[in-house]
Design a protein around this ligand. Structure first.
Ligand code: NAD
Length: 795
C-alpha cells in the first residue's frame, strides 16, 4: 500500500517545481527541493574563489529558486515563515535522500528523455510504497513509466498543477493502467483535502483536459481574429468578464503565461494527433514571428500588449507596431452589458447575427463547444470532468457544457447544423431522446447527461451549495441583505447577500434575528456565504449620504446597533462560527472578530481598512483585536499593554490586510484555536463541524471581564510615532488626526496605565471617534473617492 504523505520531494526548482514546493510548505509538509548541479561558475563565484565543488555553487539553482519564492508576486508562500519547511539540495549530493520521503514530484524540463532518466534514478533510491508523480503538461505518463519496476509503476501517476500552484485550483490527476486504484483515490482526497485543490481525473492523452481544450480555443480565437480583421484589444474586450471569463481575457492571459510556454504546449498536441485536429493545433505564423522576435509577453516586457508608462498598447498584427488599445462596441455588446447574468449576456451575443462582436464570439464558441464534445470519453470520462477542468484551470465561470446549456442546447445545435458544422452523434442522439440540457437539478441534486441517461454529479460530502440548500429547504428568514438557512444537523447559516456583501441595517437586523432563532432551535450558527468576497465592509455609500445630510443621529444609531449586535454575538450562549474568505474587510473583519471561532479559508484577505476612507473601525474592531492579542499571550507573563496597543495601532493605522489566513493569524486576527480550511469549497462544511464540536464540548461563551488598557502612557507612545511620521512628511495632517483618534480609543482614553475598563466604555470611545471623523470634510472626500474610483485618496 502507498505511504501516507508526510514528507515530500520536488525535483526541479523552476517555475513549477518551486511553486509546488511552496504550496506543500503552505500546507505544512516538509519538502526537499532538488535541482541540477551547474556546470559553470558565475563571475561572482569565480571572484569569491569558489570551485564547482563548493556547496553554494552546487546548490545555486535551487537556492536562487528559494530567493525568488520570497520575492515573487502574487506570493507563492502563504507566510514567509513557511520557507523553513523547504530544504534544498542537488541531484548529485542529495538524490539518495529521496528514500526519506513519501511523495516525489518531478517538475524538470518538458523532455521525455530527461524525465525518463530522472525516473530511472528515482526507481533506484525510492523506498517501496513511495508515490511518484510527474507535473508534465502533456507528455504521456505511460511512456515515462516504461522500464520502471513494478512497485514504481503501481505508485506512479501524473499530477498536473497549474501555474501558479498556490492560486490555480485545478489539479489534474492522470493514472496509467498500472497505477494502483488505491493510490489514485488517495491522491484525489489528498489533493482536495490537504492541498485544497479541485481534482479532476484525466486520461493519459496529449495535454490532458484543460490545456487541450484551452489551447484549441485560443488558436481558434487567433484565427477568427485575423479572418475577421479584429484587433487584439477588441478581442480581449469581449472575451473576458462579459462572457464569464477572467479580466485578462484572451491575449492578456497569454502574455502572462508566456508565448514560448503556449507554443510548446500547442506543438505537443500538434505532434501527437492526426488529420483535421492536427491542423487546428498548427501555430499561426504571427505567433512564430513573435516568438522569433522574443515577444513572449510579461516575462520579456512585450507580447500582444506593451505597457508604455501608464498606457497599455496593443499589437497591430498587420504592421507589427503597438497602437492604442481598442474596444469592440456593438449593439449586441450593449445589450449584453444590460442583461443580467452570464447566460443572458451570452444569449444576447452569440445569436446576434451580423453583429461584429456576436459573430466573433459565435465563431469562437461554437467550434470550441463541438471540440469539447468530440473529446468526451477520450480525454475524460464525462462532461463534468471537462467543465471542472476548464473552470478550475482557467478561471472560467462556466465550463463548455454549462455554457452550452446557458445559450440553449437545441437552439445552438440548430444554428450549428444550419451552418453545416459537424455535430457529434452522441449529441444528436441525446436531443432525439428528448434530453435538451447537459445538466439538470432535481430536489437539490445535480445530474449530468451521459449516453444512456442522466447520472448524479459526484461531489465530496464536504461541498455545500447554499443555492441548492435554499432550493430544497427554503429559508428560515430573510431580508434584502441576508438569509437564515437550515444547514442540517441542527446548525443554521446566516448568509450575507447584499451588493458586495456590504453591511447595512438589514444585515445587522438579521444578525439579531439569527441569534434569537439559533438560541431557540439550533445548536449554533455559521456566518458565511458563497459570494465573490466574504464582506468588503460597511455600506459606505449609505454612510456617506447620511453624513453629507448631517444625519448624525441616524449614523450614531446605526453604529450603536452594529456594535450591540456584535457584542451580543460574542456573548451568545450558543456558538457562532464565522467563515471568512477572500476579501474580508472593515465590518467583515469585525464580524469575524466577534465570533466564538473563526474558520477561515486559506485564501482570506482580512483587515481593518477604515483608515483608508478616513475612519476608524466602528463595530468593536479596535477593542476586539486588542483583546484577541491580549488573550493570545501565555498566562502569567508580564503583559506590556502599551506594546499590545501599539501593535494593534500599527495594524489599523496602516490598514494592513493579510495576504492569506496564515498571515491573518500572524496579525492577530486569528488565534491558534481558529481554523484554516485549505479548500474553499469545504469552508462551510468545516465551519459547521466547528459549530458541532463546540456544542458537543459544552460551549460556554466568554466570561464578561473588564479590559486592562494602556491609558495615558500608551496614548503618548502611539502618538509619538504618528507625529514623527507627520513631521517627516510620510502622513498628512488628516492622517495624523485619524491616528490621534485611533490612539485615544486603543489606549482606553485618559486613564492611568493598567486601568480596567468596561467593554461598553471602549465601544463608546470608538463610536464617538468614528462619528467625529465621519463629519470631517476630508473623510467624506476619502469616502467619495473610494466609492467612485475604488482606491484610497491621500488628503
Ligand atoms: P522551468 O524551465 O522553469 O524549470 C525546469 C527545471 O528543470 C529547472 O529547475 C531546471 O534546472 C531543470 N532541468 C533542466 N535540465 C535538466 C536535466 N537535464 N535534468 C534534470 N533537471 C533539469 O520549467 P517549468 O515551467 O517549471 O516546467 C517544469 C515542468 O512542469 C514541465 O514538465 C512543464 O511542462 C510542466 N508545467 C509547466 C507549467 C508552466 O506554466 N510553466 C504549468 C504546468 C506544468
Amino acid at each position: 500500500m502507498a505511504k501516507r504523505i508526510r514528507r515530500a520531494a520536488v525535483l526541479g526548482s523552476g517555475v513549477m517545481g518551486a511553486g509546488i514546493a511552496a504550496h506543500l510548505a503552505n500546507v505544512g509538509i516538509p519538502t526537499l527541493l532538488l535541482d541540477i548541479v551547474p556546470r559553470e561558475l558565475t563571475k561572482e563565484e569565480e571572484a569569491k574563489g569558489w570551485t564547482l565543488e563548493h556547496k553554494q555553487v552546487r546548490n545555486r539553482l535551487v537556492n536562487q529558486a528559494l530567493e525568488r519564492l520570497l520575492k515573487q508576486k502574487p506570493a507563492p508562500l502563504m507566510s514567509k515563515d513557511n520557507i523553513a519547511l523547504i530544504e534544498t539540495g542537488n541531484f548529485e549530493d542529495d538524490f539518495h535522500r529521496l528514500a526519506e520521503v513519501d511523495w516525489i514530484i518531478e517538475a524538470v524540463v518538458e523532455k521525455l528523455e530527461v524525465k525518463k532518466e530522472v525516473f530511472a534514478r528515482v526507481d533506484e533510491v525510492r523506498t517501496p510504497g513511495t508515490i511518484v508523480s510527474s507535473n508534465t503538461s502533456g507528455i504521456s505518463i505511460a511512456a515515462m513509466a516504461e522500464g520502471r519496476s513494478e512497485d514504481f509503476q503501481k505508485h506512479f501517476l501524473g499530477t498536473h498543477f497549474f501555474n501558479p500552484p498556490r492560486y490555480l485550483k485545478l489539479l489534474e490527476i492522470i493514472p496509467t493502467e498500472h497505477t494502483d486504484p488505491a493510490v489514485v483515490a488517495y491522491m484525489k482526497s489528498f489533493g482536495e483535502d490537504v492541498l485544497g485543490k479541485g481534482v479532476v481525473l484525466a486520461k493519459d492523452t496529449p495535454n490532458f483536459i484543460a490545456n487541450r481544450i484551452g489551447t484549441y480555443g485560443l488558436l481558434v480565437t487567433v484565427r477568427e481574429m485575423m479572418k475577421g480583421g479584429y484587433s487584439v484589444g477588441e478581442v480581449d474586450s469581449v472575451t473576458g468578464p462579459l462572457i464569464g471569463r477572467p479580466k485578462s481575457a484572451t491575449f492578456r492571459t497569454l502574455d502572462v503565461v508566456g508565448l514560448d510556454t503556449f507554443v510548446h504546449v500547442a506543438n505537443n498536441v500538434y505532434e501527437n494527433v492526426e488529420g483535421e485536429e492536427k491542423e487546428a493545433f498548427r501555430v499561426p505564423e504571427l505567433m512564430k514571428t513573435m516568438l522569433d522576435n522574443g515577444w513572449l509577453g510579461s516575462k520579456s516586457g512585450q507580447g500582444f500588449f506593451l505597457k508604455q508608462g501608464k498606457d497599455i498598447l496593443e499589437l497591430n498584427y498587420v504592421t507589427m507596431q503597438y497602437e492604442p488599445r481598442q474596444k469592440l462596441v456593438t449593439p449586441a455588446v450593449e445589450m449584453a452589458k444590460q442583461a443580467k447574468g452570464t447566460a443572458a449576456k451570452l444569449q444576447a451575443l452569440v445569436y446576434a447575427d451580423g453583429d461584429r462582436a456576436g459573430t466573433l464570439l459565435w465563431n469562437i464558441i461554437a467550434p470550441t463547444l463541438l471540440y469539447a464534445a468530440r473529446l468526451v470519453g477520450e480525454i475524460a470520462d464525462d462532461i463534468v470532468a471537462i467543465d471542472r477542468a476548464m473552470k478550475w484551470g482557467f478561471g472560467w465561470e462556466q465550463g463548455p457544457f454549462e455554457l452550452w446549456d446557458a445559450i440553449g442546447l437545441e437552439k445552438s445545435v440548430r444554428k450549428m447544423q444550419a451552418e453545416g458544422r459537424d455535430i457529434p452523434a452522441w449529441i444528436t442522439d441525446m436531443l432525439a431522446d428528448g434530453a435538451t440540457s447537459f445538466y439538470q437539478t432535481k430536489n437539490g441534486q445535480l445530474f449530468y447527461y451521459a449516453p444512456g441517461g442522466y447520472k448524479t454529479v459526484e461531489e465530496s460530502e464536504k461541498v455545500i451549495h447554499i443555492r441548492r440548500l435554499k432550493e430544497t429547504r427554503g429559508v428560515i428568514k430573510k431580508n434584502a441583505g441576508a438569509s437564515l438557512i437550515d444547514l442540517g444537523d441542527d446548525v443554521a447559516l446566516l448568509e450575507f447577500h447584499s451588493p458586495n456583501n456590504a453591511i447595512g441595517a438589514d444585515i445587522v437586523f438579521m444578525i439579531n434575528e439569527a441569534l434569537e432563532e439559533v438560541n431557540r432551535n439550533y445548536k449554533g450558527l455559521v456566518i458565511g456565504n458563497q459570494g465573490k468576497n466574504f464582506c468588503v465592509g460597511a455600506n459606505l455609500a449609505m454612510m456617506l449620504m447620511e453624513a453629507q445630510d448631517e444625519n448624525f443621529f441616524e449614523l450614531e444609531l446605526a453604529v450603536r446597533q452594529f456594535q450591540q449586535a456584535l457584542l451580543r454575538m460574542k456573548y451568545n450562549p450558543k456558538p457562532v462560527v464565522v467563515a471568512p474568505f477572500a476579501m474580508t474587510l472593515g465590518g467583515g473583519a469585525e464580524v469575524s472578530l466577534a465570533a466564538s471561532h473563526i474558520q477561515a479559508a486559506a485564501e482570506t484577505y482580512l483587515g481593518l481598512v477604515e483608515v483608508g476612507v478616513g475612519l476608524i473601525p466602528g463595530g468593536g474592531g479596535n477593542k476586539e483585536l486588542y483583546i484577541k492579542r491580549l488573550n493570545s499571550l501565555p498566562r502569567g507573563v508580564d503583559v506590556d499593554y502599551v506594546k499590545i496597543a501599539a501593535g494593534v495601532f500599527e495594524t489599523i493605522a496602516m490598514a494592513k490586510v493579510s495576504t492569506s489566513a496564515a498571515e491573518a493569524r500572524e496579525l492577530g486576527f486569528l488565534n491558534h484555536r481558529d481554523g484554516i480550511t485549505m479548500n474553499g469549497d469545504h469552508l462551510l462544511h468545516e465551519a459547521k463541524q466547528a459549530v458541532l464540536s463546540l456544542y458537543e464540548e459544552g460551549y460556554r461563551p466568554p466570561v464578561r471581564k473588564k479590559v486592562p488598557v494602556a491609558g495615558e502612557s500608551g496614548y503618548a507612545a502611539m502618538l509619538l510615532g504618528a507625529q514623527s511620521m507627520f513631521h517627516s512628511g510620510y502622513i498628512s495632517e488628516h492622517d495624523l488626526k485619524i491616528a490621534k483618534k485611533l490612539a485615544y480609543v486603543l489606549a482606553g482614553g485618559n486613564v492611568p496605565y493598567g486601568t480596567e475598563v468596561d467593554e461598553q466604555y471602549l465601544l463608546d470611545l470608538e463610536r464617538e471617534a468614528f462619528l467625529s471623523l465621519i463629519g470631517e470634510p476630508k473623510t467624506q472626500a476619502r469616502m467619495q473617492h473610494m466609492l467612485v474610483k475604488g482606491k484610497p485618496l491621500r488628503n
